[in-house]
Design a protein around this ligand. Structure first.
Ligand code: NDP
Ligand code: HSE
Length: 445
């Protein structure tokens, strides 16, 4: 049996906010079990936070608390640095300095890695240290481990995930309770799900960061958030959620990455998902990721994607991994992005105009003869096949005596450029009275 009398590994924590305090608390609470798993103790010995008084109140007397994070990064008494400050500013400098000082890094900072990952992983590779980031994608769900290790036999075909708790919470509460967007967003902020800047959540940027990381690991391509297509939920109207339901679908903000004939798709947008799919029934701040591999088939990972202790669970899993592996030769460790650094692929990220998907369209139209024929004629002319049409009674949509109504069309698959063209033609019809709503549809079969 491996000896467990090694001295504890010493951890410096940068930022003791929502996730930092959860990490400290869970490590304290489960320290004995964690020690038995890791083969040695894991102790937070130093904490840096701007609010020293609050940080001191959050930790035990034996922990040194400082306001200058650089003191932690450069301390000879720290073996692993956990970065839980967030953002691309000071966090980037601190992570690079920690790597330069030969320290392993654990971070939950998806924004930092999705944008500067290439530079950070290269620096870590040069120094022979680990940068672990399980908490950066889907909070407590061990999806990085699953993709990087558990599914390593597979050629991954696609991944589709609800990977932002805030937006899933907003969509669920709007659908179930008819609550307003702003009210639910405030509640998500109060519960600690939302990013420091919640526009990252609602505009799809946070999900874009996460799917960028999963894509790199799944397909062995560089981390390239700048090539991701990102659309959030702010353009969604309550009636689209209702109409989707009447047609047997739920609207979810999905992060999707897919192997296509011409490269890799990398996109985030609201999507209609058949209500019968498990992922369509993931509610509240919960996350879920579906991965399709050629050998394993479809696998589904579900759990809390945000919050103090769920995210701490992933941070600590990384600490244990490092505690076990830090004496191993760097070439015997699992590569940061699953593929060996010299074996990455140069598959391009497919531009959105070349992506093939199906669509939900909502048109506010004049309630008069020939409107439907004109609209369907444009779609037919573009070679876009219709799957279903729903037209509401004008009175039901606009009140008694209304002269307009909603026309809902579901299409079969077509390339996005074709749909853009058809949309421009439909929008130009005088009988189309408002900007057309277009939501992509994913069958996830
Ligand atoms: P918080 O804002 O709750 O915590 C960040 C902490 O860092 C605060 O205590 C802040 O102090 C402190 N801080 C800011 N600047 C400095 C600095 N220069 N030196 C030292 N400390 C500093 O954020 P979270 O815990 O929510 O998030 C941390 C990271 O985890 C982010 O990257 C986030 O995206 C990620 N994440 C968060 C999840 C969540 O559920 N919250 C889930 C998954 C990932 P002050 O408050 O005084 O500014
Ligand atoms: N703001 C993120 C979310 C936190 O809502 O999912 C977890 O990464």
């Amino acid at each position: 049996m491996k000896p467990t009398n090694l001295s504890p590994i010493r951890v410096g924590l940068l930022g003791i906010g929502t996730v930092g305090s959860g990490t400290y608390n869970v490590l304290q609470r489960n320290q004995e079990e964690i020690r038995r798993r890791a083969g040695r103790g894991i102790e937070i010995t130093m904490v840096a936070d701007l609010d020293v008084a609050r940080a001191k109140a959050a930790v035990g007397a034996g922990v040194q608390v400082v306001d200058d994070a650089r003191k932690v990064v450069t301390s000879p008494d720290v073996d692993i640095v956990i970065e839980l400050i967030g953002g691309y500013g000071i966090a980037k400098q601190l992570v690079l300095e920690a790597i330069e000082a030969g320290k392993h890094v654990v971070t939950a900072n998806k924004a930092l890695l999705a944008v500067h990952g290439t530079e950070i992983f290269a620096a870590a590779h040069r120094k022979g240290v680990m940068v672990a980031f399980e908490a950066a994608v889907a909070g407590g769900i061990p999806i990085i481990k699953a993709l990087r290790e558990g599914l390593t036999a597979n050629s991954i075909q696609w991944i589709a995930g609800i990977i932002n708790g805030t937006t899933n919470f907003i969509l669920s509460e709007m659908r179930d309770k008819g609550l307003d967007f702003d009210v639910v967003l405030k509640e998500a902020q109060r519960l600690g799900y939302a990013e420091a800047d919640p526009t990252f959540d609602i505009e799809g940027v946070d999900a874009g960061h996460k799917v960028t990381l999963m894509s790199a690991i799944a397909f062995g391509i560089p981390v390239q958030f700048d090539k991701a297509y990102v659309e959030g939920i702010t353009g969604l109207a309550a009636q689209d959620i209702r109409y989707a339901e009447q047609l047997g679908y739920r609207i979810k903000l999905l992060g999707i990455t897919k192997r296509a004939a011409n490269g890799i798709e990398l996109r985030v947008h609201p999507s209609l998902v058949p209500a019968k799919r498990l992922i369509a029934n993931v509610e509240g701040a919960m996350n879920a990721v579906v991965v399709q591999g050629d050998a394993v088939g479809t696998t589904l990972y579900y759990g809390k994607g945000a919050g103090s202790e769920p995210t701490a669970s992933a941070v600590i899993a990384d600490l244990v991994d490092i505690a076990r592996l830090h004496t191993a030769d760097p070439e015997h460790r699992v590569p940061h992005l699953a593929f060996q650094p010299d074996a990455m692929s140069d598959l391009p990220v497919v531009p959105m105009s070349d992506v093939v998907t199906s669509y939900y369209l909502r048109l506010k139209v004049a309630d008069e003869a020939g409107v439907l024929a004109k609209v369907t004629g444009i779609l037919a002319g573009a070679g876009i096949s219709i799957d279903a049409v729903l037209q509401r009674e004008a009175d039901e949509v606009g009140g008694e005596g209304s002269t307009h109504t909603d026309l809902i069309i579901l299409t079969h698959d077509c390339v996005e450029a074709k749909m853009n063209n058809a949309l421009a033609q439909m929008q130009a019809l005088p009988t189309v009275l408002a900007p057309i709503t277009r939501i992509r549809k994913e069958e996830l079969a």
